[in-house]
Design a protein around this ligand. Structure first.
Ligand SMILES: Nc1ncnc2c1ncn2[C@@H]1O[C@H](COP(=O)(O)OP(=O)(O)OP(=O)(O)O)[C@@H](O)[C@H]1O
Ligand SMILES: [Mg+2]
Length: 504
């Protein structure tokens, strides 16, 4: 039975229709999917359903009530809750308190004085699998878990319609499986879930029906099987990633006793690596998270760093970029010792990061964001020419404030800005988060090209499939240590177990 309906939904920004005449149907007790390329209008549709964005034309109906012009607060009371693509948790509060605040608010507005927010919050923590980290500050959680915290917060409002904007990005395979199970339980209780997600394997697994959006218009609606076979969907969105499923390498490990150091030596003689971490230890507030990491990025090479959440991947990038000083061990760039050089100075010696969560300046335009990169000495016109030829979408939006770009467009801008400084070493943290499958393929094609131009690249990813196609060396980390490294083809089983979290 249909709970939510949109008819002829149209949303205009200036002269452009971001969403154009779209019909949507979301059923009770089901997960309904909304997929489509970056900038297709998915988040804009969610904003219009929750009332954050005015509708230019069309109607929105919840359970037979016209809610097109209701205030956001009223829609929340009627049972609409959501999560945000760009995380919106209270960073300084614990995971438990984030959920508790929402439960308290609901208790007040629903005049449900008999409810017990504390008990509700605990039940939700168990349900979303956050009990073990309930007392940690939300901003200290890995992205994937912070997203679950947001889901928990939305559930505390006891919604009838739950909108999830890329909830699975940042989750590893095991967490994604648990999350699919959670969605299944929630829908079995009658909840209607509307899901935006770029992890196509996940969408196809959990959704009963999928809407595909392209340039603001509906391209197709159907079951996952119908959508997978739809040629225009393949062309516009899926590319060859159609059969993308969580990456699991089935082949069992040979009786391989290769050590990381030995594997690195197999690569043969070479000049000093572009970037090298030697026996690096690092700690947060005295708690050691890196316990002797050895890692080398050869000149013009692509090194992919994998591992479960909490393995220390992002910390490794922080040390490599100079944002964090190791407690022991050292960092070398092109043979030069660079320990303790503050992060700000490193771009000049050729290091750039794309932090997880993008890092564009939201109140500056696309052009102004790019201009920031020209302070490193590259001419502004050269930067713009290169950027807009790589990313035509950004060219068309050069005067738009970066904060109003779609999630994927912001990721493209962050990458363009990093590239604009013409770095010697490029550090990429979760490049594929928020990007459509076709774009991820294209970007990794570009990463390979950049490496051929002599740039050395260290990339951290959850989605392994595409990056494996371009990586020269794979490094697997578990619990703050490198547990394997070598060419991708030789490390299939190590990767599988790191992904499934089996070695945690
Ligand atoms: N306030 C705004 N002013 C102008 N354009 C906007 C504004 N908000 C969004 N847009 C544009 O509308 C289009 C749709 O954006 P939206 O965020 O809905 O895309 P999306 O489908 O969620 O993409 P992604 O997968 O990258 O998150 C984008 O091209 C975006 O740049
Ligand atoms: Mg979006």
């Amino acid at each position: 039975m249909t709970l939510f309906e949109a008819r002829g939904l149209t949303i205009r920004f200036g002269g452009n229709d971001a969403v154009n005449g779209v019909d949507l149907d979301v059923e009770r007790g089901c997960v309904t999917g909304l997929i489509g390329p970056n900038g297709a209008g998915k988040t804009t549709i969610f904003n219009s359903i929750t009332g954050l964005q005015d509708v230019s034309r069309g109607t929105l109906t919840l359970d037979g009530h016209d809610i097109t012009h209701e205030k956001p607060r009223e829609r929340a009371r009627l049972g609409i809750a959501r999560t945000f693509q760009q995380l919106e948790v209270f960073g300084s509060l614990s995971a438990r308190d984030n959920i508790l605040v929402a439960a308290e608010i609901r208790r007040r507005w629903a005049h449900d004085l008999g409810s017990n927010p504390r008990r509700d919050a605990d039940a939700i923590l168990d349900r979303v699998g956050l009990r073990a980290v309930a007392d940690e500050r939300a901003d200290a959680l890995p992205t994937g878990l912070a997203r679950l915290c947001e889901v928990g917060r939305a559930l505390a409002a006891r919604p009838r319609l739950l909108l999830l904007d890329e909830p699975a990005s940042g989750l590893n395979d095991r967490e994604t499986e648990a999350f699919a199970e959670l969605l299944h339980e929630l829908t079995a209780e009658g909840l209607a879930i509307f899901l935006v997600e770029h992890d196509v394997g996940f969408v196809m697994e959990v959704c009963s029906r999928v809407h595909v959006l392209n340039y603001g218009a509906l391209l197709a609606v159907g079951t996952p099987t119908e959508i997978r076979r739809n040629q225009s969907v393949l062309d516009a969105y899926l590319g060859t990633a159609n059969d993308a499923a969580p990456v699991v390498w089935a082949r069992p490990s040979s009786t391989d006793t290769r050590t990381p150091a030995h594997a690195a030596r197999d690569l043969g003689p070479r000049p000093a690596p572009a970037l090298e971490l030697r026996a690096v230890h690092a700690a947060y507030h005295g708690i050691e998270v890196l316990r002797g990491v050895d890692l080398a990025v050869p000149r013009g090479g692509v090194v992919a760093l994998f591992g479960p959440n909490g393995a220390g991947k992002s910390t490794t990038l922080k040390v490599a970029s100079g944002q964090m000083v190791p407690t022991h061990g050292c960092v070398h760039m092109a043979g030069r010792h660079v320990n303790g050089v503050p992060g700000q100075a490193l771009p000049r010696v050729g290091l750039c990061t794309i932090p997880e969560g993008r890092g564009v300046f939201p109140n500056l335009t696309v052009r102004e964001n790019l201009t920031m990169a020209s302070y490193t000495g590259v001419s502004r016109s050269a930067i713009e020419e290169r950027t807009f030829s790589f990313f035509p979408r950004l060219g068309a939006r050069r005067a738009q404030l970066a904060g109003t770009l779609s999630g994927g467009e912001q990721q493209m801008l962050a990458l363009a800005r990093a590239l604009a400084t013409e770095p010697a070493v490029l550090l990429l943290d979760e490049l594929s988060i928020g990007l459509a499958p076709l774009v991820v393929e294209e970007l990794y094609g570009m990463v390979a090209e950049i490496a051929r131009d002599g740039v050395s690249i260290l990339v951290v990813e959850q989605f392994a499939r595409t990056v494996l196609g371009v990586a020269d060396i794979v490094v697997v980390m578990t619990r703050g240590r490198v547990t394997a490294s070598g060419p991708p083809a030789e490390l299939e089983s190590e990767l599988a177990s790191a992904y499934m979290g089996a070695s945690l």
